[in-house]
Design a protein around this ligand. Structure first.
Ligand SMILES: Cc1ncc(COP(=O)(O)O)c(C=O)c1O
Length: 394
């Protein structure tokens, strides 16, 4: 969340003035305003998705697409060890079994990593488009097709990203986005799902609202084909998401310009290499990621940045929520209640898992958060400070 102003306030005030806080029904008070539905329409327009359904968070978006794609009890789902932990939790909570596979310099699951992790119980690959840029969708799709497994896309960090001209989230069975406070566009809290499939869309619609079909004008008498839960997005959050989506093209343009400036400044530093991009033009440019030559140098750089007072640079290797090394609770499958995996058994020895490529990549990773609001002087002083710290370490 970087850009917030009169547009968001106007959309929220529309809702507050009518008091129609619920996304369905209440036609008599809402004066024709359907903010969540408009938010979904804006996402369809921007992404080109035939279907979009808003939910309460990126986490519930992942849960919704897993359920809608038929992923559940005992199904193995291939996931990366580097991701915000939410999609891993969603797999466990679905009753499915996460199988961790290797990532590579794309920062996402690699086709080779996925291929090596496939077993007869594999039902889906849950690719996570990390740090705003697309994974190797072509490679992953070809492995999925070969083994007849589904590709699901967690685009939690990648609204605005695309691969070969098509939005992330539309390459496999369905895609899930987060609109939490830390994302390029936000609802405060919120999520979005998109898909090409009417059947999957309908299932998401049902699962996100206790099975309601949302047909007719008597909510209490709607049919229910399946059970669900409450993953609904409220009108106030939807109103903010709507205003934010309208600003997305501008935010992307600024991000791309600002990222290019910093990348150009870093380019000539001997020893650093950049994240492998699968489609440069599909980058939402929320992060500039580069690798130090060694893990020790990366660790030294983070210490140097702290000493030099350079902020806005993330160390995902030590972050408690982004890399498997810090996830003892996940490896020990700790949850207050019994999950399917406790009965079925873990598909891998999580505690002794060896993912050397992922370890090598993430331990050298330095991740700079790009801001769309940066002015020229902010950019040059940030780049100056960053380069000076890097030079002290290299
Ligand atoms: C890749 C990814 N998936 C899912 C989520 C969960 O989103 P939320 O915080 O909206 O539940 C996040 C949040 O950071 C994320 O980064």
């Amino acid at each position: 969340m970087e850009v917030y102003g009169a547009e968001e306030r106007k959309e929220v005030m529309d809702v507050l003035e009518t008091g129609a806080l619920f996304r369905y029904g209440h036609e008599h008070i809402r004066k024709g305003m359907w903010k969540v539905a408009e938010f979904e329409a804006e996402v369809r327009k921007f992404t080109g998705a035939p279907y979009a359904h808003a939910v309460s968070s990126g986490s519930t978006a992942v849960s919704s697409i897993l359920a809608a794609a038929g992923i559940g009890h005992g199904d193995e789902v291939i996931v990366p060890p580097y991701t915000f932990v939410a999609p891993i939790e969603a797999v466990f909570l679905a009753g499915a079994l996460p199988v961790f596979a290797e990532i590579d310099e794309t920062l996402c699951l690699s086709a080779a990593g996925v291929e090596a992790a496939i077993t007869p119980k594999t039902k889906a690959v849950l690719v996570i488009h990390m740090c705003g840029a697309p994974a190797d969708i072509e490679g992953l799709l070809s492995v999925c097709k070969k083994h007849n497994i589904k590709l699901l896309e967690d685009c939690g960090q990648a609204m605005g990203a695309s691969f070969k001209g098509k939005s992330v989230g539309l390459h496999g069975a369905a895609g899930a986005f987060s609109f939490d406070y830390f994302k390029i566009a936000t609802c405060g809290e919120g999520g979005m799902t998109i898909t090409n499939s009417e059947e999957i869309y309908k299932n998401i619609d049902y699962v996100a609202d206790h099975g309601h079909t949302h047909i007719g004008s008597n909510r209490g008498m709607e049919e229910h084909h399946v059970m669900g839960s409450n993953f609904r997005l409220g009108e106030i959050n939807g109103a903010i998401g709507l205003a934010q989506m309208r600003k997305l093209p501008w935010m992307l343009e600024q991000n791309r310009k600002n990222k290019k400036y910093i990348k150009d400044r870093l380019k000539d530093l001997d020893g650093i290499t950049f994240r492998k991009m699968t489609d440069m033009s599909g980058d939402s440019a929320t992060f500039l990621n580069f690798f130090m030559p060694t893990k020790a140098q990366a660790s030294k750089l983070f210490a140097q940045l702290a000493e030099d007072g350079v902020g806005g640079v993330a160390n995902w290797y030590t972050n408690m929520y982004h890399f498997i090394n810090q996830w003892d609770h996940v490896k020990e499958m700790k949850f207050p209640a019994k999950l399917a995996i406790h009965d079925v058994g873990a598909p891998q020895d999580y505690k002794n898992l060896k993912l050397p490529k992922s370890e090598e990549v993430i331990s050298r990773l330095v991740s700079i958060g790009i801001q769309c609001t940066w002015k020229e002087e902010d950019l040059s002083s940030f780049a100056d400070k960053l380069i000076s710290s890097i030079k002290k370490v290299l």
